[in-house]
Design a binder for this molecule. Structure first.
Ligand code: NAP
Ligand code: F7E
Length: 334
């Protein structure tokens, strides 16, 4: 059975991808960085079926060691500093992990065994100030944050290693995707958790930034399947993965609050602290190439996703699961 190495396995996508590959009978190895508190919450249901190994995208020697020890057939590079606002506060760290980290992994593969297949988690943030609507594989890039710039470097170095060394290296340009496992700071999760907390009388107001921004939002569980499909192609190519529809942050609020029987106008407060130095106003992808060549299409729709996230957060809060102090969570700028 093939072996897959997943960097970023402790993150949202890493946990869904690990589950998906286990179902396909892969041996799954996850690379985790050293932290003072062990953070394997998303992996709890599958922890005894995967191997975890320490490594960090900032340290090429650790990557070479992991590749030598486990000899994976496929490497999924999902690790990154992935939160856009932090990329303005820590632009150099973002460049080290999200940009140069990709080169470190590609170069480690080149040195150990360039026959390993490589997936790079690229992002619709590379389109930034969009040059075309909808965005497709041929749309010119115009990133609007240090994160977007770092991802663009990761994208081009993946293309470059493919063309320079004949490696099976693929860049998946994924549009926003969430789930009940989404980090609390990303807008759709901040909304679902806020709705649940307000419904249960644990929070008065939800503080948000720009509610006019529009995003093409799908379900992470659907998107990890596209990652795997890309690595099964005989010819490595880049793909846009998206739903093809877009929704404003205001619409996300309307759908989520309404699901809990609430009117968002009474609870949402716009707060300048959550606005960004440069915004990405509109993202909407064209997944036609993925449909045609991979046979991929998303299953869970926007409303169903928002509803499932609200239901999950209601259940978590009702069962007494400890989440960060809610007032702090909605006012600290992240
Ligand atoms: P996430 O939940 O933030 O997970 C990021 C992962 O990267 C975590 O496991 C984190 O480890 C790890 N990581 C960060 N820095 C690292 C380093 N220096 N060395 C090793 N591991 C490191 O992100 P996600 O939503 O699952 O996204 C997965 C990937 O897809 C990311 O590259 C993201 O930029 C990209 N992407 C995401 C979306 C989306 O909408 N979700 C869309 C397009 C692209 P810790 O647990 O230790 O922090
Ligand atoms: O913001 C607006 C904000 O932080 C979405 C990452 O997974 O997807 C994600 O990046 C929009 C922006 O995601 C708040 O201004 C309003 O326009 O949820 P987000 P993102 O920046 O689109 C891409 C594809 C990735 O690759 C990234 O890794 O929502 N917004 N009010 C807010 N956003 C946040 N976070 N918090 C607010 O209060």
């Amino acid at each position: 059975m093939p072996t897959a190495l997943i960097t970023g396995i402790t993150g949202q996508d890493g946990s869904y991808l690990a589950e998906f590959l286990l179902q396909k009978n892969y041996t799954v190895v996850g690379m985790v960085r050293r932290t003072s508190i062990i953070n394997l919450e998303r992996l709890e249901p599958i922890q005894d079926r995967i191997s975890l190994v320490q490594g960090d995208l900032l340290d090429e020697g650790s990557l070479i060691g992991v590749l030598r020890e486990f000899a994976p057939d496929e490497v999924y590079n999902l690790a990154a500093m992935s939160f856009v606002p932090t990329s303005w506060q820590q632009p150099v760290l973002t460049g080290e992990a999200t940009a140069l980290g990709v080169t470190r992994m590609l170069d480690a593969i080149r040195l150990v065994n360039k026959g390993m297949r490589f997936y790079q988690a690229s992002s619709s943030e590379m389109f930034g100030k969009v040059q075309e609507v909808p965005q497709r594989e041929s749309t010119p890039f115009y990133p609007r944050s240090p994160y977007g710039v770092a991802k663009l470097y990761g994208h081009w170095i993946t293309v470059n290693y493919r063309e320079s060394y004949g490696m099976h290296a693929t860049s998946g340009i994924l549009f926003n995707h969430g789930s009940p496992r989404r980090g609390l700071e990303f807008v759709e999760r901040k909304i679902s958790l806020g709705v649940a907390a307000i419904k249960l009388g644990q929070l008065d107001k939800l503080r948000l930034g720009n509610m006019d921004a529009q995003r093409d939002l799908g379900f992470a569980g659907d998107y990890v399947q596209a990652m795997w499909l890309m690595l099964q192609q005989s010819d490595p190519q880049d793909f846009v993965i998206a739903t093809g529809s877009t929704h404003s942050v205001r619409e996300m609020c309307a759908v989520a609050f309404e699901h809990a029987g609430l009117d968002y106008n009474k609870y949402v407060v716009q707060d300048q602290r959550f606005y960004r130095p440069a915004e990405v106003d509109l993202l909407v992808g064209d997944p036609a190439k993925a449909g045609r060549l991979l046979g991929w299409e998303p299953e869970l729709g926007f409303k169903e996703l928002m509803h499932s996230m609200v239901d999950s957060d209601l259940a978590k809060l009702q069962s007494g699961v400890r989440l960060p102090d809610l007032q702090e969570f909605t006012t600290v700028r992240f």
